[in-house]
Design a protein around this ligand. Structure first.
Ligand code: GDP
Length: 454
């Protein structure tokens, strides 16, 4: 995903500024110009980028910051907050209530991934105990009904549509009525897309909305839309009451910055992102963890939730205890690798992207096989380590003779061992943030993760 490149560019700009001997006007401007360039290259709308730059300059008034202030930290925090602000419209989307019927209407251009996303959305909720149903009101695209039918059947979700009826309003009303009678609590209406914004499309959308009175209208946008995102999203918003956005194809080569523009145009939050063609390649979108991930700061809240899936229950308190003492040892790294290799490929990717520091460098998307081989190689080398080496968090312990012994014992080169130790140091640095962590009692995980992201 090219968004990762954007994150990399921003992180580098911040790093460069941090390396400057004095943080003065010039260092700040250089950093902000670099970030501006990166955002524009990622297709974020010009006005948004300019506003962000102005806001940061307003917040970070270097003259007012006394010498004792940690300017780097203040600037970094301001950049983080402004990026979050771009993606956060300040109000949550409509909250659906399980057990109470909600009608959700999907709108977007043809090819944006609307039909696929309708099923993903239904499937996601079905797994959480909802009773969803799908209505195909796309009478424009030949094959739309077949596609929805196929997806719905695969996911065992009831659907409604017609090969004969050409009036989308009639179909949507009939579908919604029927599923209300069947006590479905999430009725999803897929509308037609067309290739480009045109009067007929918006008129049809308006009519379907008027007839079905949706509780929520979701605008689906392809992340590769680029600079056109703002205008497109705004045009939809002006026709129907868009309340949330889903950005699709975040797994591809799209620059993704359009997502930020769509939020600004619709003043609605991104609630999910599509990360593949498969039904469960769909992620809940949360601003702070996303920006943390974008800037390579790790997604602590996602991590704290995922840790319960990855680390066996009986090992969790022990692991957290060790981390809270600031001891990220080679043994902990080894155990994490072990846990991750036990999971299936999809689980691994999901978890790797959550674990702070593991995602971009250790397991870049699309190169999972190579990464797994690398991890196995690291583990072989660690197998040749003594208990003292595995349990120490003192990097100085690993002297030349120990490194040579490990290389010989594992049949790898000294360079390989050095590489593994570098990786360990990188992760240890990131994970040292866990030092001082309050160990949660059962059920306190979410509260803890909120604290860590605050
Ligand atoms: P619609 O015309 O808006 O209903 O779009 P479709 O749902 O038919 O999707 C168009 C194409 O995009 C299909 O080939 C989908 O499989 C694909 N697609 C949808 N969402 C995603 C996604 O998140 N990632 C990827 N890689 N492909 C997607």
């Amino acid at each position: 995903m090219v968004l990762a490149e954007l994150g990399g560019s921003i992180s580098r700009a911040i790093q460069q500024m941090s390396n400057a001997t004095i943080i003065d006007e010039k260092a700040l401007n250089d950093c902000l110009n670099e970030i501006t360039r990166a955002l524009l290259q990622s297709d974020v709308q010009f006005k948004l980028v300019r506003d962000m730059q102005t806001n940061i300059k307003k917040i970070v008034n270097l003259d007012d910051l006394a010498a004792g202030h940690n300017k780097r930290k203040i600037i970094q925090q301001a950049i983080f907050n402004e990026l979050c602000k771009m993606l956060d419209p300040g109000k949550p989307s409509f909250t659906l209530k399980k057990g109470k019927t909600s009608v959700v209407m999907f709108v977007g251009l043809q090819g944006s991934g609307k039909t696929t996303t309708c099923t993903k959305y239904a499937y996601y909720h079905q797994k959480k105990g909802w009773k969803p149903a799908l209505v195909c009101a796309d009478t424009f695209r030949a094959g739309a009904f077949d596609q929805l039918k196929q997806n719905a059947t695969k996911a065992k979700i009831p659907f409604y549509g017609s090969y004969m009826e050409s009036d989308p309003v009639k179909i949507s009303v009939e579908g919604v009525e029927r599923f209300k009678k069947e006590n479905c609590d999430l009725i999803i209406v897929d509308t037609s897309g067309r290739h480009k914004q045109e009067v007929a499309l918006f008129e049809e959308m308006r009519q379907v909305a008027e007839a079905t009175k949706p509780d929520l209208v979701i605008f689906v946008m392809d992340s590769s839309i680029g600079q056109a995102a703002f205008d497109q999203a705004q045009a939809f918003k002006q026709s129907v009451a868009v309340g949330a956005v889903i950005v699709t194809k975040m797994d591809g080569h799209a620059k993704g910055g359009g997502a930020l523009s769509a939020v600004a145009a619709t003043k609605s939050p991104v609630i999910f992102i599509g990360t593949g063609e498969h039904m469960d390649e769909f992620e809940v979108f949360d601003v702070k963890p996303f920006v943390s991930r974008l800037l390579g700061m790790g997604d602590w809240s996602g991590f704290m939730d995922k840790i319960q899936e990855v680390v066996p229950m009986d090992q969790q308190p022990e692991l957290l205890q060790k981390l809270s003492e600031g001891n990220f040892t080679l043994r902990i790294m080894y155990e994490q690798f072990q846990n991750l290799l036990k999971m299936g490929p999809i689980g691994q990717i999901q978890v790797f992207s959550m674990l702070p520091g593991f995602s971009s460098e250790l397991m870049p998307k699309g190169r999972e096989k190579e990464s797994q081989a690398k991890i196995k190689r690291y583990m072989t080398m660690m197998d040749s380590m003594t208990n003292e080496e595995l349990d120490s968090s003192n990097p100085k312990l690993m002297n030349e003779s120990r490194i040579m012994r490990i290389a010989r014992g594992s049949g790898r080169s000294v360079r390989d061992v050095m590489e593994m130790l570098e990786e360990y140091k990188r992760l240890a640095k990131i994970w040292s943030k866990m030092k001082g962590l309050k160990i949660p009692k059962k059920g306190e995980m979410s509260a803890l993760s909120r604290n860590m992201n605050a």
